[in-house]
Design a protein around this ligand. Structure first.
Ligand SMILES: [Zn+2]
Ligand SMILES: [Zn+2]
Length: 350
């Protein structure tokens, strides 16, 4: 098999050729055809998350130690099965749910693998990921049939779409006239706009610092946009019922939380970094909720796939590039040059 690996954090990925693993027990070997490139790949590539105040969380502390293969938006074809792997056949195309837990703890047994408390096995985060021709999946239950959905778009459902779907599930009940802000209109922001629309929210405000991304947000179905660097940004956002923060920076949080109406909810998904400093009394007096959301569970992925199959989710722009351009794709994402999503094509890799 071939993979593109982090050999040293922050340095270009390197192409590696190694033995293709043989699936054991319930394991399934999937030959990757598409692999989405996600913003969180950049942090793992760098080797740390910025916690603010000069503090960092190093990815090696959760088991990501080079040489390491990124990639947590895998789509591919079942190539081989362990003896105990049931319910899927060789040759079937499947989307891989990457947020795999230990499978044994009470949280995993309740279907919340993404919140596993005793040893997560997240593909591309602390287990070999999908910037590779092959990936080993611990159990067929983590495979989802996405047939009928464009392959490149389908791969992005495994992280970007399920992440925003789960975040939107954390909003209080909304009526169509409620205004909801989407902070950050990159790949996740655009899919968030699609999913909010699919859920009946009409008044969506796309927020970003990049006018090209704001234009894409309008095309995607946002009713209005706010350039968050504009002097009147706070005034324009005032009174929002909720916000999905896909940036997760001190500036977005300060702006968005201040703009919430009483009883509003702020959901933080973005991992840009920094820290939140907020006076305590107004959180109670305004009865606002500030909640985090991290990826999504397997059932949520199935629901997202079902919505996409029905054509209810308008795909954001998706650019498919040869896998050999993995480094260029990461560089473009880092520099803010990507509108929508980049997906690597592993079918033609040599
Ligand atoms: Zn991701
Ligand atoms: Zn677990």
């Amino acid at each position: 098999m071939i993979s593109y690996q982090i050999v040293e954090h922050g340095k270009p990925l390197q192409r590696a050729v190694m033995d293709t693993p043989k699936p054991q027990g319930t394991e399934v070997l999937v030959r990757i055809t598409r692999s989405g490139v996600c913003h969180s790949d950049l942090h793992i590539w760098d080797g740390y998350f910025d916690l603010g105040g000069g503090k960092r969380f190093y990815v090696k502390e959760r088991g990501c130690i080079p040489p390491f293969t990124l990639g947590h938006e895998p789509l591919g074809v079942v190539e081989a099965l362990g003896k105990k792997a049931k319910g899927v056949k060789v040759g079937q195309k499947r989307l891989v749910y990457p947020w795999i837990g230990c499978g044994k703890c009470a949280v995993c047994k309740a279907g919340q693998d993404n919140y596993c408390v005793s040893g997560s096995r997240f593909l591309g985060v602390n287990r070999p990921g999908a910037y590779a021709t092959h990936v080993l999946v611990p159990d067929p239950k983590y495979l989802v049939d996405s047939s009928g959905i464009d392959d490149s778009f389908a791969s992005t459902l495994a992280c970007s779409a399920v992440t925003v779907y789960s975040a939107i599930n954390k909003l209080p009940p909304l009526v169509p006239r409620d205004r909801v802000a989407v902070l950050g209109c990159g790949g996740l922001g655009l899919i968030a706009i699609s999913i909010l629309r699919a859920k009946g929210v009409k008044d969506i405000v796309g927020c970003d610092i990049d006018d090209a991304k704001l234009a894409a947000a309008l095309k995607q179905g946002a009713k209005s946009t706010v350039n968050t660097r504009a002097p009147d940004a706070a005034q324009k956002l005032q009174g929002i019922a909720a916000a999905i923060d896909l940036v997760g920076a001190p500036a977005t949080a300060a702006l968005g939380i201040a703009a919430l109406r009483k009883g509003g909810r702020y959901v933080i998904c973005g991992l840009f970094g920094g820290e939140l400093v907020h006076p305590l009394p107004p959180i109670a007096q305004r009865a606002i909720g500030i909640v985090g959301s991290y990826v999504g569970n397997l059932q949520e992925l199935r629901e997202v796939v079902a919505l996409a199959k029905k054509g209810k989710i308008k795909p954001p722009p998706v650019e498919t590039r040869p896998a050999s351009q993995a480094n260029a794709a990461l560089e473009d994402l880092k520099a803010g040059r990507v509108v929508g999503r980049v997906v690597l094509d592993f079918e033609t890799v040599q």
